[in-house]
Design a protein around this ligand. Structure first.
Ligand SMILES: NC(=O)c1ccc[n+]([C@@H]2O[C@H](COP(=O)([O-])OP(=O)(O)OC[C@H]3O[C@@H](n4cnc5c(N)ncnc54)[C@H](O)[C@@H]3O)[C@@H](O)[C@H]2O)c1
Ligand SMILES: [Zn+2]
Length: 671
């Protein structure tokens, strides 16, 4: 390769890698697999080795991939947070062992093996046994201060157990989203018509950087810690043992190995077993155990020389695509599913894989009868990654995506900017009707647990229930028509429906199934607007003024109430006696202390939720606005407030006040 060619290739690879790094670390998304990404990086590395004069100081091979964001305060790490060298091959692992042996001049050494947890790394700082800071890795030198979010993670001790911990020390760990939590979250997203999140790692990473720590708490993140810093221990293992005694959550999957053969055994032992763990893992991390030896081996610019990660290749097998079926969800979204010749893959038999949408089918260039590669990476749901073109039947034809609903034969539509096709027959499509009733009765909504999927299906077949409002018209003789219903079970069912009329407004608002309105948004809307009539009368602009409501939700809510069918349904539900007004008391006016002054509340507060602050301001004669403008009196600023808001306030000369200063104002003091 000519120097010129090499230079061009290095430049292209660098751009590509930077693009994917930005996507991965800043936007918590990936467009290519980790293995592909690592392939690009390895190739760049190779080129730089061959042409050292072309290596840029800021090459992605030389630095940690992340960066800090604008949304959080920046914290400099006391010890840099580095990356890990990685390999997918046992041979390279033996090379690593060779380098360690050489670096230690023939001294004896042992390894400490851990699994590589697939989440987002975190640095935890403790002072006198109290958690004082949680910081992301960022660019390795400095990270984002996400302490308020970290505090919501149950498994991260706020206060340590036991004794003997130093006054100041740091712990490193991995925050992750357990598989089950992730699956549940996606189920909830599907239920309100949101797109599914792609994987648990990216979701964990996105969650850690959310602005609303109340929302973070609901996401049920978890954390394993794997390293103790700022403490004198002889070995890494000693550090792990101390962490355990102080109440930290350490995964019991670690093992000390006396040599590289022991390491390989560990790797083999966990290759399949790790799939049964409640979290995703993508490899093993091998560390030289002795700290003094670690110091002797030292670091490169990007990673320690005394550790390496061995990444498991995602298992991929080829099988025949027998057909494509189409599923319709509650919101009418159509999902194509690959029907596969069954194969045994990574511990289970795989028969089906989601194809997501028409774009994905086109991207893969699928044809029925093709042999396709199926992969089960970290995720539970298998995916089709490519077509084995060599095995393609020359006469096969590209898949033609369906244009009618498989359930009700209505022509499908596609909204601009959305990948999915939809069945627009909201009131006539059986799956959508039943789905709406199922959504309505679920625990987080009306909580009618005497009803289930099978009963709903039968009620629909018998023409008894075609919308949630029909439930409230059910008579004893109707229910008796259902299979297996006798006097007692009929009473149970009807009592359950009757009792649901007491369900509070915010749950009813969630239950009626407005697209994109999940439980949290329903709560915010109910609190802000107080009654369904206020919501129904609100303009898009009015809706946007409510907390947590963005353009997408505002449009969806607005459209929902414009629809005549929906209006009719709401009227019937009102007549049935459901709660359509918030019973949360109007904050009673307590004083006029705040003298009609206006406030914008931003960031996270130590002693109050944002909603609480809003109430206090209203109760004491102030006003709450949503955006910073020249007319604003005070910007009430908590932790993690976006710097852009602060900048704007400063520029416009708006007074920025803290929680403590706000309390002064409340006492009637002037600032
Ligand atoms: N698909 C994409 O577009 C894309 C883009 C960028 C990065 N990536 C992936 O991310 C990787 C690079 O990420 P990285 O720089 O964070 O390094 P890394 O993931 O290879 O390794 C370092 C990290 O491993 C984690 N870790 C988990 N368990 C650990 C344990 N027991 N001990 C020590 N550390 C442990 C820590 O968070 C640490 O920061 C690449 O290998 C690539 O696979 C993918
Ligand atoms: Zn349909």
């Amino acid at each position: 390769m000519s120097l010129e060619q090499a230079q061009k290739e290095i430049q292209q690879l660098t751009e590509k890698i930077n693009y994917h790094n930005d996507l991965y670390y800043q936007k918590s998304r990936s467009e290519i697999s980790d293995q592909e990404f690592d392939g690009l990086l390895a190739k760049l590395n190779q080129l730089e080795q061959a042409h050292p004069q072309l290596k840029q100081a800021d090459s992605p091979t030389q630095r940690v991939g992340g960066a800090i964001t604008k949304e959080f305060a920046t914290v400099y790490h006391q010890y840099p947070m580095l990356s890990l060298g990685n390999t997918y091959s046992e041979e390279e692992l033996r090379d690593f062992d060779g380098r360690v042996a050489k670096g230690l001049d023939g001294d004896a050494y042992e390894y400490f093996c851990e699994l590589k947890f697939d989440g987002v790394s975190i640095s935890l700082i403790y002072e006198n046994g109290i958690l004082v800071k949680g910081v992301t890795r960022g660019d390795g030198v400095r990270g984002d201060d996400v302490t308020t979010n970290v505090r919501t993670i149950r498994n991260i001790p706020l206060k340590l157990k036991g004794k003997g911990y130093p006054a100041n020390f740091e712990v490193r760990g991995e925050i992750f989203m357990p598989k089950e939590v992730f699956a549940q979250l996606n189920k909830e997203r599907e239920d309100i018509g949101e797109e599914r999140y792609a994987n648990a790692r990216n979701t964990a990473s996105g969650t850690v950087k959310m602005q609303d720590s109340g929302e973070v708490a609901k996401r049920k993140l978890d954390c394993f810690v794997y390293s103790l810093l700022g403490t004198e221990t002889d070995t890494h293992e000693d550090g792990i043992k101390l962490l355990e005694t102080w109440g930290f959550n350490v995964s019991p999957t670690y093992k000390k190995c006396k040599d590289i053969n022991g390491v390989l055994e560990y790797i083999h032992q966990w290759e399949m077993k790790r799939l049964e763990l409640p979290l995703e893992t993508d490899g093993a991390v091998i560390k030289v155990n002795n700290k003094e030896q670690q110091d002797r081996l030292g670091f490169t610019a990007k990673s320690p020389r005394w550790a390496i990660s061995y990444k498991y290749k995602a298992q991929s097998l080829s099988t025949r695509l027998n057909g494509i079926t189409y599923q319709v969800g509650r919101t009418g979204a159509v999902t194509p599913v690959a029907e596969l010749e069954p194969i045994f893959l990574a511990g289970t038999t795989v028969k089906r894989a989601s194809l997501h949408n028409a774009n994905e089918i086109a991207r893969l260039d699928l044809r029925i009868g093709d042999y396709v590669f199926v992969e089960k990476g970290g995720e539970i749901i298998p995916k089709v990654t490519a077509v084995d073109k060599d095995k393609r039947d020359a006469k096969s034809q590209p898949v033609v995506y369906i244009d009618k609903c498989p359930e009700c034969n209505t022509p499908l539509i596609r909204f601009e900017g959305e990948a999915n096709h939809y069945c627009p027959n909201i009131t006539g499509c059986p799956v959508q009707i039943k789905g709406r009733v199922e959504h309505f009765i679920q625990r987080k909504a009306m909580d009618i647990d005497s009803l289930g999927e099978r009963t709903i299906d039968q009620m629909y077949q018998l023409g008894l229930v075609k919308s949630p409002a029909d439930l409230y018209d059910l008579k004893k003789e109707d229910v008796l028509k259902l299979d297996g219903y006798k006097d007692k079970s009929v009473k149970n069912l009807l009592d359950g429906i009757q009792k649901s009329k007491e369900t509070p407004f915010e749950s009813v608002l969630f239950a009626i199934g407005i697209r994109y309105v999940g439980k949290t948004v329903a709560e915010k809307l109910a609190r802000y607007f107080k009654t369904i009539d206020n919501i129904a009368a609100a303009t898009v602009e009015g809706l946007l003024a409510a907390p947590e409501v963005g353009e997408k939700i505002a449009q969806s809510v607005y459209q929902f109430f414009q629809n005549a069918e929906n209006q009719k349904e709401i009227t019937r539900l009102k007549q049935a006696g459901l709660q359509f007004e918030s019973t949360a008391k109007e904050p009673e006016k307590e004083s006029d202390t705040l003298g009609n002054k206006s406030f914008v509340i931003s960031g996270v507060f130590e002693r109050y939720e944002r909603d609480q602050l809003q109430d206090i301001i209203l109760k004491n004669g102030g006003r709450v606005l949503s955006g910073v403008s020249g007319k604003l009196d005070y910007l009430l600023a908590g932790d993690n407030m976006g710097p852009s808001k602060r900048e704007k306030a400063e520029k416009l000369g708006v007074k920025i006040i803290t929680e403590q200063e706000f309390e002064e104002l409340l006492k009637g003091h002037s600032l």
